[in-house]
Write a protein that binds this ligand. Structure first.
Ligand code: CDP
Length: 217
């Protein structure tokens, strides 16, 4: 069957903060000729909208209204990647109403041919439970803190490693313990521990995983 007549190919990449989901997702999208959605940007954009009007991220109704109003401009805001925004994003992301407000957009993105790579926390469990390929990335908090520090430095932002580590641990704890779509691997996800792997090795393992899933489906 020609590619266009097949169900869209969906690849779900989930995992904790600063584990390298975005890097892998972009490379997989390029490799399989798919579109890419960084779903964390939706929660970060929601948080920025709230912070800019001195809103309180813990207030569900205000956070839901912000989520319903985000647009393309918010998704490309240079302030999106800041750690303060990441913390506020994980607070708004715990509200069920915020997650519901963002769900249709994510599912519609995935459903459009030829398909997409989505990275986040709940892609394999909630957003796209029928994704043909599900990968869950892991790494120790210390390794992830060092990666985030390098990413921040490459953007000219100086930070202290112990502070970045604390923030990552706090954000992961909030993401794991929430009741709405908590961070956890889908039962049928392939787990890759990237603690001792470079980006090329992670990419090669992910392609091997995806190819074997696709040849058996
Ligand atoms: O890039 P990093 O891993 O640091 O974070 P992100 O993917 O940009 O996500 C920021 C925050 O948004 C996370 O800590 C989660 O609380 C939330 N998020 C979520 O709840 N569900 C998703 N699918 C994606 C992000």
């Amino acid at each position: 069957m020609p590619r266009g007549e097949r169900a869209p190919l969906v690849i779900a990449i989930d995992g904790p903060a600063a584990v390298g989901k975005g890097t892998l997702a972009r490379r997989l999208a390029d490799h399989y000729d798919l579109r890419h959605l960084d779903t964390g940007a939706l929660y970060r954009a929601t948080a920025i909208r709230l912070l800019r009007v001195n809103g309180d991220p813990s207030q569900e109704a205000a956070a839901e209204a912000a989520a319903r109003n985000i647009g393309d401009v918010d998704l490309h805001d240079p302030a999106l990647r800041g750690e303060e925004v990441g913390q506020a994003a994980s607070v708004v992301a715990a509200h069920g109403a915020v997650r519901r407000a963002l769900l249709d957009y994510q599912r519609a993105f995935a459903a459009e041919p030829p398909g997409a790579v989505l990275d986040g926390r709940d892609i394999g469990t909630v957003v796209c439970p029928d994704a043909q390929v599900k990968i869950y990335l892991e790494a120790t908090p210390e390794v992830r803190a060092r990666r985030r520090l390098c990413e921040l430095r490459s953007r000219g932002v100086e930070s202290i490693e112990s502070r970045v580590l604390e923030e990552i641990i706090a954000r992961d704890a909030r993401d794991r313990r929430r009741s709405a779509a908590p961070l956890k691997p889908a039962a049928d996800a392939s787990r890759i521990d990237t603690s001792a792997l470079g980006p090329d090795e992670v990419f090669e393992r992910a392609v091997a995983t995806a190819d074997s899933r696709l040849s058996s489906s």
